[in-house]
Design a protein around this ligand. Structure first.
Ligand code: GLC
Length: 810
């Protein structure tokens, strides 16, 4: 069953059947004032932290309740409904609803009994409050009397967990007031007179552009006894009884009533935020002009659409186009900005940036907004510890040069992270490389940036130290130690156990350092890195390759994980894909291991992280055993890893395979099987249940996942073949033979590239001829000196004009 479709022109996903298999969400605002909203207006808002700044309630893992509710009532016959299908939930043969999730806004339209309503939800650009613009139109031919009620359920206090469980305290610290245009909620208000005024929070829920007829600030009075959000007694009665809360549960509920002649429309605005009374008054008075929201929405669209405009593709596959042009790109920005802060799964308790997650998230937006990426790159570099390791969790309050670290009890206490991860700092190499290659800004390497704890250094030396950290933390056989864990949170190989994934990441890091050292003409570093790379290459060969595959790791008790013939977990995806990505595996071996992956791990919804799932033969430290088979790290389809297998296949020039993996796990391509997938068809989730599960194909943990960026990289660098380096751009698409042509518009270092790829003979990769502005580009010598001449698919940046017509004949 399908519930909606993409509108590529407007960059919207349109849900025309509201009974979606799960709440399908969108993000409004930013973590400064964040709002998550479902297609049925469920969700919550917070200031700065989902866990510590919660403004309105949401009950996780329930029926998507409550939310930002607008109720409508026919004052002649008493019938009532909601502007989103839920919470009232009128029969769908009488009630029509269309929800448009857009970039930073969500609009829900409804038609019921000749009344058309539109509720447009957003957080204005750079603002810290939210707006619900409501329009109600009489689409029938007789005059109507309508009441409209706006409702939010405030939390009793900002700490989500306290609000949920510590009722003996939280229910006795809050009260509400009516202030003509709004309900004002106060928390700990007596402290206004105390020394510590900062304890006091005040929130408001307002109505602008219409007159408040009746109001209520007490949830029990609003809902009535033994009732729910779907049948509040006050809406049923057509009026709010003016009860204000004093202890117990507050709410904001405002009612306005009006007559509507045929075709007449009434417009007004509900507003919500955490503000003192004077500020609330100021905000409300601005929105008395009900045309303000249109202007603000235009501004939001301009902001977002210009972020997304730097790459536009038109391939024969609409699912691919919709994801790359809008939805995967938008999700990359959302994960970039929000990290793992808050969703309908994450309640916001992770109070900081996970190092590896964030450094990977950056990769997803480099091709779209390298300057935004740069700021975060520097920030993350400043969270590297002076000895080269990285803070596993970077606090939102990060203060470079003055931070405590996993060695310190205080860090362990405040973050819950007891030690270093083996991979964290190694993610800097692909990320910094991608930024420098996209922009040509190699001067960044010489920029001095502080360490988290003490001292400062050039970025180049930061990178050297990251390598030093791995070299100083070797485990058995001289390979990088697994430490607390590597990318896979569930692999505890032991302090001296070793991770093959990390060994391959380190191998790749040497390669990136060699490129940078060549560019900087730093032959000492180049020599040292080459020496180390060769040395590690030999150990990898000796210890990590067994029979026909790369193993996953060796525990500190010298047990090899991921060997052929093991009863469980005998083949793992990441060491195979990363053997190719890191450049370790040559073409022949690369193809052989990826063929094995395809045979052993591929399923109709993507490649599994490993197989068979652990049941009885897990080593001590294989935490994946905790999960049901084919779930998450225990043999599920961990979607983040799909980006790597897509990239690896594309690097080998096997476009059909790359796109096969792409489409198997692509949300848009699962639009028609939404009841199987459950999660949004426009956003990646963390994993999909696989073959061992009775619910194969069901996906979980929506939106805030590293999948967004790895699949973006796999698509842009891999499938589309846009592979910049410091001096130019290589154009090496890897596509299915059925793609006979496609186009791309790309901004590159302030210039415009209009790229046309022709593939009349149905190749999967390769280049017969490359033409730039009418001139055939001949094969170039490799810009960083040595090696074979580059093939004819390379465009030196020096020949680019302001606008360029580029044709690649495959
Ligand atoms: C989750 C974590 C991420 C980890 C991955 C694999 O996505 O956020 O840090 O790499 O799981 O275990």
């Amino acid at each position: 069953m399908k519930y909606g479709y993409f509108d590529p022109e407007k960059r919207e996903y349109v849900i025309d059947k509201p009974d979606t298999p799960a709440p399908w969400a969108n993000y409004l605002g930013s973590p400064a004032y964040g709002a998550i909203i479902s297609n049925n207006a469920g969700g919550y808002s917070f200031v700065k932290s989902g866990a510590a700044g919660r403004l309105i309630r949401y009950r996780f893992n329930e029926q998507d309740r409550p939310g930002r509710y607008v109720y409508l009532r026919d004052d002649e016959d008493g019938d009532y409904w909601s502007a989103s299908w839920q919470p009232v939930g009128k029969p769908l043969n009488q009630y029509k609803s269309i929800c448009r999730h857009g970039t930073g806004y969500t609009q829900i339209e409804a038609d019921y009994k000749d009344i058309h309503s539109q509720a447009l939800y957003y957080v204005p650009q750079d603002a810290d409050y939210e707006v619900w613009k409501v329009k109600v139109t009489n689409s029938g031919n007789k005059a109507r009397k309508i009441s409209c009620f706006g409702f939010v359920e405030f939390t009793c206090e900002s700490f989500y967990e306290q609000d949920q469980v510590n009722l003996q305290y939280t229910q006795f610290i809050t009260r509400t007031y009516f202030k003509e245009k709004f309900i004002l909620q106060t928390i700990n208000e007596n402290c206004l007179n105390a020394v510590n005024e900062s304890r006091v929070d005040t929130r408001f829920f307002a109505l602008a552009g219409a007159k408040v007829a009746t109001y209520c600030g007490d949830r029990a009075a609003f809902l009535g006894k033994y009732r729910d959000y779907g049948n509040p007694v006050s809406v049923e009665n057509g009026k709010l009884d003016g009860t204000l809360n004093y202890n117990m549960n507050p709410c904001g509920a405002l009612h306005t009533a009006f007559d509507l002649a045929p075709n007449e429309t009434k417009e007004f605005v509900f507003l919500l935020g955490q503000k003192r009374e004077a500020q609330a008054n100021e905000i409300v008075s601005r929105y008395e002009d009900t045309s303000l929201p249109e202007k603000e929405i235009d501004k939001l669209k301009t902001y977002w659409h210009s972020r997304l405009a730097n790459l536009k593709v038109n391939t024969p596959d609409d699912n691919f186009n919709n994801m790359i042009n809008t939805w995967n790109a938008y999700q990359c920005f959302i994960t970039f900005v929000w990290s793992r802060a808050a969703s309908l799964t994450y309640c916001g308790q992770r109070n900081g940036y996970g190092y590896r997650d964030t450094v990977q998230d950056i990769q997803g937006i480099i091709h779209l907004d390298p300057e935004m990426a740069l700021e975060k790159i520097k920030f993350m570099i400043s969270a590297q510890v002076n000895h080269g390791g990285a803070l596993p969790l970077v606090k939102y309050s990060h203060n470079p040069g003055h931070e405590d670290k996993p060695e310190d009890e205080s860090y362990r206490k405040s973050t819950g992270h007891p030690s270093y991860r083996a991979d964290d700092a190694l993610w800097l190499f692909p990320t910094v490389w991608k930024y420098v290659a996209e922009t040509g800004n190699a001067a960044l390497l010489d920029e001095v940036i502080p360490y988290a704890d003490k001292g400062k250094d050039t970025l180049f030396n930061h990178l050297k130290k990251a390598i030093g950290f791995s070299l100083n933390n070797l485990g058995i056989h001289g390979l990088p130690a697994g430490l607390h864990a590597d990318w896979n949170d569930c692999l505890r190989l032991g302090a001296k156990g070793v991770s093959v994934f990390v060994a391959l990441q380190l191998y790749y890091a040497f390669e990136i350092m060699i490129r940078f050292a060549k560019y900087k003409k730093d032959s000492a570093t180049e020599k040292e890195m080459t020496k180390q790379k060769d040395r590690f290459g030999k150990i990898i060969e000796e210890r990590c390759w067994k029979d026909d595959r790369f193993v996953r790791g060796i525990t500190e008790h010298d047990v090899t994980v991921g060997k052929k013939g093991d009863p469980e977990a005998n083949i793992w995806l990441n060491p195979q894909s990363w053997a190719v990505i890191s450049g370790y595996a040559d073409e022949a071996r690369g193809k052989a291991i990826l063929d094995l992956v395809h045979k052993e791990l591929n399923t109709k919804y993507g490649a599994r992280i490993m197989s068979p799932s652990y049941r009885k033969h897990a080593f001590d430290g294989a935490l994946a055993l905790l999960f049901n088979p084919s779930t998450k790290e225990n043999g599920g389809i961990f979607l983040q890893t799909q980006g790597w297998i897509i990239l690896a296949e594309a690097l080998l020039g096997r476009g059909a395979r790359a796109v096969e993996y792409y489409l198997e796990s692509c949300p848009a391509a699962q639009n028609e099987i939404a009841d199987t997938r459950l999660m949004e068809p426009y956003a990646y989730s963390q994993f999909t249940e696989s073959v061992d599960s009775p619910f194969e194909g069901r996906s979980h943990v929506h939106w805030l996942t590293g999948t967004a960026s790895t699949v973006m990289v796999g698509s842009v660098e891999g499938i589309l073949g846009l592979r910049p380096d410091i001096d130019g751009l290589r154009l090496s698409p890897a596509i299915p033979s059925s793609w006979k042509s496609f186009t791309m518009e790309k901004s590159f270092r302030g210039k415009k590239l209009n790229i046309k790829v022709n593939n009349p003979d149905g190749h999967e990769s390769g280049c017969k001829k490359l033409t730039v502005n009418g001139t055939v580009v001949e094969p170039q010598p490799s810009p960083q000196g040595e090696g074979s001449p580059l093939e004819g698919d390379y465009i030196p940046a020096s020949i680019l004009k302001q606008e360029n017509e580029i044709v690649l004949d495959m």
